[in-house]
Write a protein that binds this ligand. Structure first.
Ligand SMILES: Nc1nc2c(c(=O)[nH]1)N[C@H]1C(S)=C(S)[C@@H](COP(=O)(O)O)O[C@H]1N2
Ligand SMILES: [Mo]
Length: 516
């Protein structure tokens, strides 16, 4: 290996030890002391709104994985450079590790609920990293008398090989302690046991049953009710907040007659309700997958607010999660009959990544202005006084869901055989409901007429509607199918293309396919 490569390896080994040791030590301190999460969260926070948006649109639910990999790559590059610039008498690389440690400490301290003690793992990790870098560089690149040597093989290939093994050893120790730390932390803080021990309350007001006729036949569409495992997931939480029922509290304050704090068991005195609601993300591009439907169990937010008494001049509820994310929802949406504090999803306690133990579900509004997961705080306030997380980043303060539709069959680029075929997809216009779906198919010989699709049974205005369209492929070559929906107010979705920013994408979804 070249000297440069060997030195870069020393830097990587030192960084691995620094990060690994900090992870291991953090296991004893709790999730708030985890520098990896803190740095990742700070990166999310400091990333400009449009870039975040682009990341969500491009990577969808894999956005966090991409971020984690990116952070690792950046650490790796800095570490390699730190190794290269480190000299026995010129500890520039060590200085870089110290600086990185300082940034790590700042990131940890910026997290909600962190104290000075929480930087201990980061400091210990940085110290170990510097020690390893000093040790490796001084051994490798100085000869027996302590003078600088030209290469790491100055004393013969054996010594060079031995030192490479030492470097690899440190790298291994760093990775192993990092993995061990992450595993121990996860086991220690996990609420999956708490969740498994929770039996949902008996429902007082069940949702009307979902008839089989909601699902068009003869075409492979998404299930009307989305399995929890398939339900889209969007949030800014780099590690999923672990909040047990015993630790959960919901504080209602601000422009109220009296402040109220509910503990989880206090919820039992309210009427338990069940509703089927389709959630949609404002970041969903035309044709996107950030929409799913579940049967939610929980309580009416209205009942919880009533005990606090909402002052008439409050027009917004700023809801907050345990990790400090916020949404601003119109008071009238949360005092409507259908706004829920959900604790169950498809007959199970909320999955941890969908907000266990309690979240908001508000039909008709995009998730960013309504669907706060890991909910702990409701502040009654005014739109002219408070700004929520995404609004601060340039998104609209209000986010009613737009009338939209999507083609699921055929997929882009799919081949269709000559003869009969059934196409289909979904359409939505939560809180208005879908009245009509039309499709238009362009064939090689010309543009077709708009034709009415067949609709699966409508369940409610709060849910999406599945559609299908029987068609006969008569001509080979490229075709395009386009879809548009009309809601129950008579509004037909606009063909005008708009980006998700600032209040949701618009435009007709088209798919090109070939008949062969
Ligand atoms: N705590 C918290 N809640 C949140 C978010 C978040 O980032 N943090 N994102 C919201 C957004 S943008 C959407 S679209 C919905 C998605 O809910 P889901 O992940 O259960 O599908 O959650 C909302 N609730
Ligand atoms: Mo969203």
């Amino acid at each position: 290996m070249t000297t440069l490569g060997a030195k870069a390896m020393c830097g990587l080994a030192a960084a691995a030890v620094a990060v690994g040791v900090s992870q291991l030590v953090a296991a004893a301190f709790g999730p708030q002391a985890d520098v990896r999460t803190a740095v990742g969260s700070s990166v999310i926070e400091l990333t400009p709104g449009p870039v975040k948006e682009w990341a969500i649109e491009t990577f969808g639910t894999a956005d966090k994985l991409v971020l984690s990999v990116l952070v690792l790559v950046v650490i790796g590059v800095i570490a390699a450079i730190a190794g290269i610039v480190e000299g026995p008498r010129r500890p520039l690389g060590s200085a870089a590790i110290v600086a990185a440690g300082g940034l790590g400490c700042a990131a940890v301290l910026s997290r909600a609920g962190a104290t000075v003690v929480d930087v201990v793992p980061t400091v210990v990790g940085a110290v170990c990293g510097v020690a390893v870098l000093r040790l490796l560089i001084s051994r490798r690149f100085t000869d027996a008398r302590g003078g600088p040597a030209a290469t790491d093989t100055a004393d013969g290939p054996d010594r060079g090989r031995r030192l490479s093994l030492v470097t690899l050893g440190f790298l291994g120790v760093g990775v192993a302690s990092g993995v061990a730390g992450a595993v121990i932390s996860r086991l220690a803080s996990s609420v999956s046991g708490d969740r498994q021990a929770f039996a949902l309350p008996r429902v007082d007001v069940p949702a009307p049953p979902v008839p089989a006729s909601v699902q068009p036949e003869g075409v492979a569409l998404p299930s009307f009710i989305t399995d929890n495992a398939d339900f889209y997931r969007i949030d800014t939480a780099l590690t999923v907040p672990q909040l047990s029922r015993a630790d959960w509290q919901l504080r209602i304050h601000g422009m109220v007659d009296r402040e109220v704090t509910y503990r989880f068991e206090d919820l039992e005195r309210f009427e338990a309700v069940e509703q089927v609601v389709t959630l949609t993300c404002v970041s969903n591009p035309v044709g996107g997958e950030l929409i799913s439907t579940a049967t939610w169990t929980g309580y009416r937010v209205r009942d919880l607010l009533a005990e606090a008494g909402v002052r008439p001049d409050a027009d917004m509820v700023l809801s907050m999660s345990t990790d400090g994310w916020t949404a601003g929802t119109p008071v009238e949406a949360l005092t409507a009959e259908d706004a829920m504090l959900a604790i169950g999803m498809n007959g199970e306690p909320l999955p941890v990544e969908h907000g266990y133990p309690a979240r908001l579900v508000v039909p008709g509004l995009y998730g960013y202005v309504s669907a706060t997961k890991w909910l702990v705080d409701l502040e009654l306030t005014r739109f002219d006084r408070a700004e929520a997380y995404w609004t601060r980043l340039g998104w609209s303060a209000r986010g009613p869901i737009k009338t939209e539709s999507r083609i699921d069959v055929p997929r882009a680029g799919e081949d269709v055989a000559l003869g009969p075929v059934t196409f289909g997809g979904v359409a939505w216009a939560q809180d208005r409901g879908v009245r009509d779906v039309e499709v238009q198919i362009s064939t090689p010989s010309g543009e077709g007429q708009w034709q009415r699709a067949e609709l699966g049974a409508g369940y409610s205005d709060a849910t999406w509607r599945l559609w299908s369209f029987d068609w006969e492929a008569e001509e080979t070559g490229f075709h395009t199918i386009t879809v548009r929906a009309t809601d129950n107010t008579g509004y037909t979705q606009t063909s005008e293309r708009a980006d998700p920013v600032p209040d949701g994408a618009t435009g007709w979804h088209s798919i090109t396919f070939a008949v062969r």
